[in-house]
Design a protein around this ligand. Structure first.
Ligand code: ATP
Ligand code: MG
Length: 332
């Protein structure tokens, strides 16, 4: 059976980009077609300047939102990365297979390290090695598919390279995974700057829709989205990045495709109104379920406890095999 692994970092409140690009796919499609693991990858949240209490709160909130989005803990394994030691154990072995040149070529490292420096901070070594930990997350479970937004392409490619290299050097140990993307909304852009990705760790601004934004806030943000010159509502990401982003969001909410909506709207205003309505309606059940789950923290905790137990049992044999294969003496 196909096995799927994917994760989300507790670096900020979940956004519409996270939902359309990843979480909704996990809930509506992936968990029904494959054995699935979805992780709150909290160790990754420590790679940039962080507040310990906030990371803990966001981890709980992310877990609650995954469940509120329809991920069923009877079907999928939902767990917190740091509850399973195997991730860090395997990451070290993979650091012995990866090269520093490979790490420095990662686009996300270049972008996030530049941002840290611009803020006057220093760059944590873990930001550089982050993709190796991500490779460990995936390889520890023998996952064959990794459903992600398209900003993760390069990291999944690296994961494949490390798996192949390890297998060639030390004998077959890892499944070589591949990334899968949603057909629409694989990269939702910031509403105020449609040339940059909507990201949850960005400075909270009018361009980011959060899953827990109140309906009137969602409406306001979408109605105020930056649009392009001209007045035709056409899908062209090069010349009309703002309008194309809205078309992509609307199409994704409706289960259609953005090209199909080209020419349907007579004005930017009409498109914005329908997009705002569609997003509000899509988020409504998630927000309602979230409210119920917040009232029952013991349930969420129990889901995470059971999830970690299951994840540990799945990861341990693979990671133990990797330890032996690379030349470490088994403990007596
Ligand atoms: P950060 O800014 O901390 O990197 P993020 O919003 O990019 O946060 P991640 O935890 O890095 O969120 O990613 C979780 C999942 O959401 C990944 O599969 C990622 O590809 C997807 N994703 C993130 N942002 C978007 C977006 N704007 N559009 C589509 N998918 C996205
Ligand atoms: Mg990201």
């Amino acid at each position: 059976m196909t096995r799927i692994f994917s994760g989300i970092k507790p670096t900020g409140h979940l956004t519409l980009g996270n939902y359309l690009g990843a979480v909704r796919q996990w809930a509506e499609v992936d968990q029904h077609r494959a054995e699935s693991l979805f992780s709150i990858v909290d160790l990754h949240a420590l790679t940039v300047d962080h507040d310990p209490g906030r990371v803990r709160r966001l981890s709980r909130q992310a877990a609650t939102l995954l469940l509120a989005s329809g991920i069923d803990p009877e079907r999928a394994t939902v767990f917190v990365q740091s509850h399973v030691d195997e991730h860090a154990r395997l990451s070290y072995l993979l650091e012995c297979v990866a090269t520093d040149g490979e790490m420095r070529r990662m686009i996300q490292y270049k972008e996030k390290s530049a941002l840290e420096r611009a803020r006057g901070g220093s760059v944590r070594l873990s930001l550089l090695t982050y993709p190796v930990l991500m490779a460990a997350d995936i390889l520890a479970y023998g996952a064959d598919q990794v459903p992600v937004g398209d900003d993760q392409v390069q990291h999944v490619e690296l994961t494949r390279d490390l798996a192949v290299r390890f297998n060639q050097r030390y004998g077959h140990t890892f499944v070589v995974p591949r990334a899968t993307y949603p057909k629409v909304a694989a990269r939702v852009m910031d509403l105020q700057d449609p040339t940059t990705k909507m990201g949850k760790s960005g400075d909270a601004g009018a361009g980011i829709v959060y899953l827990l934004d109140e309906p009137d806030v969602v409406r306001k943000k979408i109605l105020r989205a930056v649009t392009d010159s001209g007045s035709e509502v056409e899908y062209d990401r090069e010349t009309k990045p703002g309008i194309s982003n809205l078309l992509e969001i609307l199409a994704s909410c409706e289960g259609g495709n953005p090209e199909g909506l080209s020419g349907v709207y007579e004005s930017y205003g009409a498109l914005k109104k329908d997009t705002a309505d569609a997003v509000v309606e899509m988020l409504r059940p998630v927000q309602e379920k979230h409210k119920e789950l917040v009232a029952d923290p013991a349930y969420v905790e129990e889901v995470l406890r059971r999830g970690a137990e299951r994840a540990r049992a799945m990861a341990r044999p693979t990671v133990d095999t990797a330890y032996r294969a690379i030349g470490l003496l088994p403990p007596v």
